[in-house]
Design a protein around this ligand. Structure first.
Ligand SMILES: Nc1ncnc2c1ncn2[C@@H]1O[C@H](COP(=O)(O)OP(=O)(O)OP(=O)(O)O)[C@@H](O)[C@H]1O
Ligand SMILES: [Mg+2]
Length: 389
């Protein structure tokens, strides 16, 4: 091992430093060696050329190197490539500074590099000590990656709660207020109002209640999904029947939006292993999006393509499309790529994350291609099942 200063020299120095302090006059070298060995943090010493001359057990555990492997190597072996030159200059500059041992800086956040090649977040402090007229650097480093992961998870949970609060306070309150207002207008309004007028208001109340119900259902689904509880009960399901049913139920929406809705189905019967209700919900989400984001005069087409072990579903529209910078985020919950639709009726940015959850719960995959101004195609696969004759 190439060491300019042997391990013990550093330990002696530590002891000498302690001897200068009257309180610690009698502390033996072994005590320091023992303390450094059991420290959970990495304690590393470098010689004046920045070669590793001391590497405690904490450092071995954190970096994955044995002391014998890194002894004599330059400190760079413990740093990600991109920080190496900056770090060397930083330490050299510190070494050139005058004065006796002083703290190079408070604990600083840095990135470490494990033997496995994994980078990790760390907090480190480094100190310069003069031994026989030469600089030795002592560094104490703490692996904070677990703490950071916990902090990230906490931040995400808080963000999730805030998003949920936003949905509840805005998207649920609006229809709830409409229900309250309309019900009051019926109860306290003109007793001579026509039955037709009252029925109109009751119809809007029912629409608002349906909207609240659908949103609550989506919120529950996305919560289940994230907790890993979204379960599906796949049984053999006839694709033609399910697609036709979806088209029938979404026909009025397409008609109201002036969008032509059609499907191309294979002649032979095609059966997938799927939870029928969830497949219906999935198609409704995707076809619903296609209709919603396609202006009047456009087309939405559904195609079903049998593959070897899967069936591929394809929903294509000639709508507004999605900007390239938005594409990677459309499956994130609460993400809405189109500003014009934000805050619109039952539009919470939950349809695609739920759709992905449903597809993945079936062992399938879902992906999306889109071009701004031209249209969007969403594809997903479901496992094929032998026809149930
Ligand atoms: N076919 C499409 N054409 C254009 N943009 C789309 C299409 N499908 C999804 N998007 C974009 O992706 C975003 C997320 O879709 P998602 O279905 O998750 O939410 P949403 O439709 O806005 O609300 P929700 O589904 O909860 O009613 C949409 O807001 C829209 O910006
Ligand atoms: Mg949607």
């Amino acid at each position: 091992m190439h060491c300019t200063v042997p391990y013990i020299a550093l330990m002696k120095n530590a002891n000498i430093a302690a001897e200068h302090a009257s309180m610690h006059r009698a502390l033996p070298v072994d005590l320091f060696t023992g303390l450094l060995a059991i420290a959970a943090d990495a304690v590393i010493a470098l010689d004046h050329e920045q070669r590793i001359i001391f590497f405690n057990q904490g450092a071995e555990r954190i970096f994955g190197w044995a002391a014998a492997e890194v002894g004599g190597k330059f400190i760079e072996v413990l740093l990600p490539e991109r920080y190496r030159s900056a770090h060397r200059g930083h330490v050299a500059g510190f070494g050139a500074a005058h004065g006796h041992a002083r703290l190079m800086g408070d604990r600083q956040q840095i990135s470490g590099l494990r033997k496995s090649g994994e980078e990790f977040a760390a907090e480190a402090a480094i100190e310069r000590i003069e031994v026989d007229g030469r600089n030795i650097y002592a560094a104490v480093l703490r692996d904070i990656s677990a703490r950071q992961r916990a902090e990230d998870a906490l931040r995400q949970a808080v963000q999730g709660r805030d998003d949920m609060m936003g949905i509840v306070s805005h998207d649920l309150r609006n229809p709830a207020n409409a229900v309250k207002m309309l019900a009051r207008s019926i109860l306290e309004g003109d007793p001579a109002a026509s039955v037709a007028d009252v029925m109109d208001r009751v119809a809007i109340i029912r629409q608002a209640a349906d909207q609240i119900d659908a949103l609550i259902q989506d919120l529950l689904d996305v919560t289940r999904l994230e907790a890993g509880y979204l379960t599906v009960r796949p049984t053999p399901a006839d694709v033609g029947l399910i697609v036709t049913t979806s088209i029938e139920s979404l026909g009025p929406l397409a008609e109201a939006g002036g969008v032509a809705l059609s499907a191309t189905l294979p002649d032979a019967p095609l059966v997938v292993l799927a939870d029928r209700d969830r497949l219906g919900q999935l198609l409704s989400n995707l076809i619903g999006n296609a209709i919603k984001f396609t202006p009047a005069g456009g087309r939405v087409t559904i195609a079903v393509i049998p593959r070897d072990t899967d069936v591929e579903f394809e929903i294509t529209d000639t709508g507004e499309g999605i900007a390239p910078d938005q594409l990677p985020h459309v499956f994130d919950r609460f993400h809405q790529a189109s500003a014009s639709r934000r805050g619109s009726r039952h539009s919470a940015g939950l349809g695609l994350p739920i759709s992905r959850g449903i597809v993945e719960a079936h062992g399938g995959r879902i992906w999306l291609e889109s071009e701004s101004g031209t249209g969007t195609t969403v594809r997903f696969t479901l496992p094929r099942s032998a026809p149930a004759f």
